[in-house]
Design a binder for this molecule. Structure first.
Ligand code: NDP
Length: 302
């Protein structure tokens, strides 16, 4: 079997198209333009690339977007003060602080300083709690993108066994909760899981969010399974550049899986688009707007 490739570029283009239409609708009906503030502390090259792509995408979709670049030595109190000002700014509907911050800044303090209503990264404990307990919440972007991609291949996930490898607050736990909400039977695996390969082999849906290059081998995959590779592992090349690898050995997995996301060109592109979904949603929630259709799944192919 050769798997269907779940193309993140194509999927995110469809999603962005849906968001752009909703943003235009919001403006036409209510005169409102979603406002996103991104905050970058320091000069980590990967973080700079991520933030630049978020800014570019927000502008391309018709949103307002403001970038705050802070020096790496910025004191924690100064960052928290900026977050407080953004919380109070009515033109800003969503706040994203690019993580991880430099070592002297406590990421938990940063995450909890952001107003829940503007928590477009979905990382505030209250957002995470709402995802678990039910209620309208801003859901962490990468997990949202993973589930949209899975449902694009298989709209009804009821009764399927999903194995999520990784239990981080950023990816593993929220993706597991979203799959549970889709009526999957969910297993969360991690570094202490016994016989991980055997656990993975039972998965109809396998989500790898580990951060270990090509750890998941072809013979860990149940034939026909949907495989979502979240991992981004940067490996330096002889030319002084870097090459990206996923957590799944793609060459092996593509021969066994039913559908699979590549790295690069998979989940990462959806993450940025889902941040825009959250910015739009936050704007609507903050203004009590219910007559604008916020994409909750990938729009159909034209
Ligand atoms: P974390 O480091 O926070 O979590 C990694 C998880 O993997 C942990 O739960 C850990 O288990 C588990 N793990 C580590 N080693 C093993 C192992 N040998 N076997 C089984 N489980 C293991 O990472 P994140 O969740 O933040 O990110 C995971 C990957 O996804 C990274 O490569 C990251 O770069 C990428 N990523 C990609 C995004 C995208 O947009 N595409 C967005 C966010 C992340 P334990 O808890 O027991 O330590």
């Amino acid at each position: 079997m050769t798997a269907t490739i779940i193309d993140g570029k194509e999927a995110s283009a469809r999603l962005k198209d849906g968001i752009a239409k909703a943003v235009a609708d919001l403006k036409a009906k209510h005169g409102l333009v979603p406002g996103l503030a991104t905050v970058l502390i320091g000069d980590d090259p990967a973080s700079q690339v991520y933030v630049a792509s978020k800014q570019k995408t927000a502008h391309a979709l018709g949103m307002n977007s403001v970038q705050h670049d802070l020096p790496g030595a910025t004191p924690e109190a100064e960052l928290l003060d900026l977050i407080r000002r953004l919380n109070a700014d009515p033109k800003i509907n969503g706040i994203l602080v690019q993580l991880p911050p430099p070592k002297h800044i406590d990421p938990f303090k940063v995450i909890t300083a952001i107003a829940v209503a503007k928590d477009v990264d979905g990382l505030h404990p209250e957002s995470a709690g709402r995802l678990m307990a039910g209620g309208d919440s801003l859901v962490s972007c990468t997990p949202m993108g993973c589930v949209m991609m899975i449902k694009d291949v298989r709209p009804d996930l009821t009764g399927l066994h999903a194995v999520v490898v990784g239990r981080s607050n950023l990816v593993g736990k929220p993706v597991a909760h979203l799959l549970l909400n889709e009526n999957c039977t969910v297993t969360i695996a991690h570094s202490r899981t016994k016989d991980l390969a055997a656990v993975c082999r039972t998965a109809d849906i396998l989500v790898a969010a580990v951060g270990r290059r090509e750890m998941v081998r072809g013979d860990w995959i149940k034939p026909g399974a949907i495989v979502i590779d979240v991992g981004i592992n940067r490996v330096p090349t002889a030319e002084g550049k870097s090459k990206l690898y996923g957590d799944v050995n793609f060459a092996e997995a593509v021969e066994v899986a039913g559908a699979i996301t590549p790295v690069p060109g998979g989940v990462g592109l959806m993450t940025v688009a889902c941040l825009m979904v959250n910015t739009l949603k936050a704007t609507c929630l903050q203004n009590g707007i219910t007559d604008v259709e916020i994409p909750t799944r990938l729009p159909p192919r034209a």
